[in-house]
Ligand binder design. Structure first.
Ligand SMILES: CC(C)(COP(=O)(O)OP(=O)(O)OC[C@H]1O[C@@H](n2cnc3c(N)ncnc32)[C@H](O)[C@@H]1OP(=O)(O)O)[C@@H](O)C(=O)NCCC(=O)NCCS
Length: 175
């Protein structure tokens, strides 16, 4: 898969990406609200390897992409989309050097387009931990509505976590 937006390239992962991914995947500030991390080098390498294996799946439903700046070809983060029949879930994670520049919103808008126009889903959803103000702001900014608060639905890193649930429906989506 290869997608271009005004400032970004969103493409399938290749093994060499692991070095750039590891810069942020090993940073506890970045992984604070994630179910994984902070990674050691082997964890980042095996994550990339697993994603490359997933690319070969017939009727692939799970897509994890690298996000690069068009201008410099610098890898600045990752985003993903998981197709579940008429629904799709999206997610993202960026290198903090590139936060607050609108890149997560730009990449997520591209994922919505992919979900509604290519995969013809009816609903796209995402979750974020309630303390992850940045992520909740991204989801609102791209037109998603907060539809729920999931209470202690997730066990990770030694405790239960709540999540906010956001979604957007086909008829609410505008490019
Ligand atoms: C959450 C994350 C992806 C946001 O990425 P980003 O590229 O900085 O987001 P954007 O620049 O597109 O920001 C979108 C909006 O959210 C706001 N925002 C972003 N981070 C914010 C923060 N930490 N606090 C408050 N608002 C924030 C921006 O100001 C912007 O609003 P505006 O257009 O009104 O100014 C990034 O902080 C990140 O990678 N965090 C670690 C991984 C993670 O938590 N992933 C999400 C898991 S659910």
């Amino acid at each position: 898969m290869y997608i271009e937006t005004s400032r970004l390239i969103i493409r399938d992962l290749v093994m060499e990406d692991w070095v750039h991914i590891h810069v942020y995947a090993s940073n506890p500030k970045v992984t604070e609200h994630m179910i994984w991390g902070p990674n050691d080098e082997d964890e980042t390498k095996s994550y990339v390897k697993q994603q490359i294996e997933n690319q070969r799946a017939v009727d692939r439903t799970d897509f994890e992409f690298a996000v690069l700046l068009k201008d410099s070809n610098q890898l600045i983060g990752g985003c993903g989309i998981y197709i579940k029949e008429l629904n799709a879930e999206i997610g993202y994670c960026f290198n903090p050097e590139y936060w607050r520049k609108g890149y997560a919103s730009e990449a997520s808008k591209a994922l919505l387009k992919l979900a509604f126009e290519k995969f013809k889903v009816h609903r796209v959803y995402a979750t974020c931990r309630p303390g992850n103000i940045g992520s909740a702001n991204v989801l609102s900014k791209i037109g998603m509505k907060k539809e729920g608060h999931l209470r202690e639905h997730l066990w990770t890193k030694g405790k239960f976590h709540d999540s906010y649930l956001f979604s957007i429906l086909e008829n609410e989506y505008t490019e």
